[in-house]
Every structure is written in C-alpha cells, then in structure tokens.
Design a protein around this ligand. Structure first.
Ligand code: 4NP
Length: 144
C-alpha cells in the first residue's frame, strides 16, 4: 500500500487489509514515495478513524518505498495517479510495472479514480478515505 507521506492513506489501507486476511498467508505493508515522515506514527486522524472501526494502526511507522519492494511484494497498490508515476519510475522491468495498481480500480474499474489526499482537510476526509479503502480492501481480500 503506497501513498505520498505514508501517514494518512496507506497506513489505513495496510490496517484495513490486514484485518481482512490471514496474516500467516498474506504479508501486508505500506510505504510512502516521499521520505518526510519516515519513522513517524500515522497521522492522529488516521489513527482515530481506524480506532473508530476497531482497527489499531499504532504499531505502524512511516517508511519510504524502495525498488526492493518490487522484489518483496506481488502486488503494489497505489492511492493515486501521482503515486503511480513516482512508483513506476523505480521499476526495473515491465513485470515490475505490472505489479502496480491503482487501488480504487478494484471498486471503480477503468475509471482512474484517486483516493483523495485528506492531509490538509478535516476529519470527514478521513472518514471518506476509510470507507473507500474498506470497499477496495474487501475486494482485494476476496481475490487473494
Ligand atoms: P498521505 O498524506 O500521502 O496520505 O500520507 C500526506 C501526508 C503528508 C504529506 C503529504 C501527504 N506531506 O506533504 O507531508
């Protein structure tokens, strides 16, 4: 799960997908394309909305996406088109590029929909992001 800062959207996506899969079978992690928040806890508004729905994301710490992630993971879900461009710049082959998917394609196929960045907004934005990601992760969990 990849976003820009790895403090708002992708930590929620990580926590939500983890809550829907068997951890013995599926490894889920998140990262940001930017490094400003490496080592930090998720944004308090993401922590709060996750907690509201029974998911604890306070064990997560920000980290930066790296080319090594292409070797580690079968699927790389990005939150928006800008993340997509930043991630594929680090790919070394067409098979690595093929691993990268816009997460809301799971819910709105071929519509090219971004998960809106809630960082500069209020808590309603985080609630909206949670619901979008919950729908997407439900689909992903079924596929996996
Ligand atoms: P995220 O949101 O990509 O969903 O984690 C952001 C968090 C921090 C920044 C940008 C987006 N930032 O510029 O620090």
């Amino acid at each position: 799960m990849v976003c820009l800062g790895n403090i708002c959207r992708s930590p929620l996506a990580e926590g939500i997908l983890k809550s829907k899969v068997d951890p013995a079978k599926v490894q889920v992690d998140s990262a940001g394309t930017g490094g400003w928040h490496v080592g930090e806890l998720p944004d308090s508004r993401s922590i709060e909305v996750a907690q509201k729905y029974g998911i604890d994301i306070t064990d997560q710490r920000g980290r930066k996406f790296s080319a090594y992630d292409f070797e580690q993971y079968d699927y790389i879900y990005v939150m928006d088109n800008s993340n997509y461009q930043d991630v594929i710049k680090l790919a070394n082959s067409s098979s690595e590029i093929a691993k990268v998917k816009l997460i809301l394609d799971e819910v709105f196929p071929d519509e090219n929909v971004d998960v809106p960045d809630p960082y500069y907004g209020g808590t309603l934005g985080f609630e909206n992001v949670f619901k979008l990601l919950d729908d997407a992760c439900e689909k992903i969990a079924h596929k996996l």
